[in-house]
Design a protein around this ligand. Structure first.
Ligand SMILES: [Fe+2]
Length: 266
């Protein structure tokens, strides 16, 4: 059985340099405590840095995050890229202003330690100027989807995605292809996953080839992603490219280049 106190010794020193004052929710600590972390890490590695934990965060914590999901709905920015993507997003900038529970989960020392121990790297949250750091993705209209892609790291180090399912009233599925372009020649394994509330999916963004299948009529799917990196620095040209991509594919030019999410209409 994994014990949080022991795991905190895995990457000593880094946790003390965090500037966050967030405290982890008791539900998060309970979820981590109830997980057999060595077994979870072994599964993560065997699946080429991918792990699926259904309903990991089920309970009141999810309900509090759902309250914040409803609060930021007026800030959803929708995009359509023919043959690749259609859907809505709410940036880290908006969540910082209007969703303290979600941002606390992202910046919680307990979450960070859990991710470090799972992936086996001294990751840190993305810089505050990254609108993808912690963001919500809304699939609310028929046909909303995203095509196959990697969560490519433009940072100097690796980038890990932790996806948390929040609303799953859909026939849409997270389709994951493990071992894509595997240097060891392992055949591709496809997983088609429903991300029910509280479900957690963790993966190395440069390794997992994944997509969201199109939403049906009268359906809804909302997920949260938390991004962590081993090195938060980025070459200025890659930062520019990343900002342009985020402007047109996700959050809009104004949000990305001014860092202003806009005000929630009451
Ligand atoms: Fe992705």
């Amino acid at each position: 059985m994994f014990r949080a106190g022991r795991a905190c010794l895995a990457f000593p020193g880094i946790i003390g340099r965090m500037t966050t004052t967030a405290t982890s929710a008791p539900e998060l600590a309970d979820a981590i405590r109830s997980l057999d972390l060595p077994a979870a890490r072994a599964r993560y590695l065997a699946q080429d840095e991918f792990l699926f934990l259904p309903r990991f965060l089920a309970g009141p914590l999810v309900d509090r995050m759902l309250t914040e999901v409803d609060r930021v709905r007026p800030l959803i920015h929708r995009n359509y890229i023919p043959r690749h993507k259609k859907g809505g997003s709410v940036s880290y900038y908006a969540l910082t202003e209007h969703a303290p529970e979600i941002v606390s989960l992202y910046r919680s020392p307990a979450t960070l330690q859990f991710v470090r121990d799972l992936v086996g790297a001294a990751v840190v949250p993305c810089p505050d100027r990254d609108p993808h750091s912690c963001a919500l993705y809304f699939y609310t209209e028929p046909g909303d989807h995203i095509g196959f892609h990697f969560d490519t790291s433009y940072y100097k180090g690796s980038r890990y995605t932790v996806l948390v399912g929040l609303i799953e009233r859909s026939s849409s599925r997270l389709v994951c292809q493990l071992y894509k372009d595997d240097p060891r020649g392992r055949p591709v394994v496809e997983r088609r996953l429903a991300t029910h509330p509280g479900t957690l999916v963790a993966f190395n963004g440069d390794k997992l080839w994944h997509a969201i299948t199109p939403l049906g009529d009268n359906e809804e799917r909302v997920s949260l992603t938390l991004e962590y990196v081993t090195d938060p620095s980025m070459h200025p040209l890659k930062r520019l490219f990343s900002n342009l991509k985020d402007s047109f594919a996700y959050f809009g030019v104004k949000t990305v280049f001014t860092g202003r999410p806009g005000a929630v209409r009451r």
